[in-house]
Design a protein around this ligand. Sequence first.
Ligand code: AMP
Ligand code: MN
Ligand code: MN
Ligand code: MN
Length: 277
Amino acid sequence: MSKIYDLHSHSDYSDGILSPSELVSRAYEQSVNVLALTDHDTLAGIAEAQAAASSCGLDLIPGIEFSCQWNGRGIHIVGLNVDTSNKQLLDAVAEQRQRRELRTETIAKRLHKAGIEGSLHWVQQKAGKGTIGRPHFAQFLVEKGHVRTINLAFKKYLGAGKPGDVKNLWPDIEDACGWIRAAGGHAVLAHPDKYKLTRTKLRELCADFKEAGGAAIEIVSGKQQANVTQNILGLAKEFDLLGSLGSDFHQPQQPWQELACCGVLPEGVKPVWQSWG
Ligand code: AMP
Ligand code: MN
Ligand code: MN
Ligand code: MN
């Protein structure tokens, strides 16, 4: 029996809602053998996840999902199997935290200008020990009745061109790939189908990512249509990238991002884990 890998997931140290221990338990119940915790711009949940994983015999891969920008667009790069004590990586995480804090204040100010008050205190309380992201603002906007759904919160207030879209904040993909490599990890281009890029732009991104030291691409992200998988498989071959896969799990009750929902990596690409020692 081949192992079930899920190499992209979130805990309540970023915008997920389960604690690292709860996440690991759920992964175990869903028959995951190898799980990567990849919270947004933080490594803070890894130690707890590792402790929980070792007590149930699951392999926990230390990971992170960096927010970056490429030609002015937001791009996510996952780092897998990183050394969480690496100084360069830890410095980068501290920088990302500052960027997020600055962004949080900017978004709150902009919402205030738009007549929406009290978001800063609310998101800080909600995120607690974790990093604050736009999903926290989305939840605030829904709970205070400004919009009906999280999706509408992104459409109206947080998505491209809206108050939550703070420009020129994140590092380039070269920086993120460099930090991940410095920490002995593999840089993975996350959910390539989510960026709404044309085929031409997506190929440019893959070429630049490879050039920047990128190692792998997520062939499958969550529940995905077969033709999308085939397209990304083609990109992996063209740009000589290894293959990864992950649910991008954030919370229960989102079956399209449930742990283990990606199944196994399709044939025709070398799995990223084959390069791990
Ligand atoms: P941030 O890390 O603060 O830039 O927020 C990005 C996160 O917001 C992503 O990782 C998703 O979890 C979430 N997200 C992005 N777009 C949407 C959307 N339209 N609806 C719900 N969640 C979204
Ligand atoms: Mn997220
Ligand atoms: Mn992402
Ligand atoms: Mn993610």
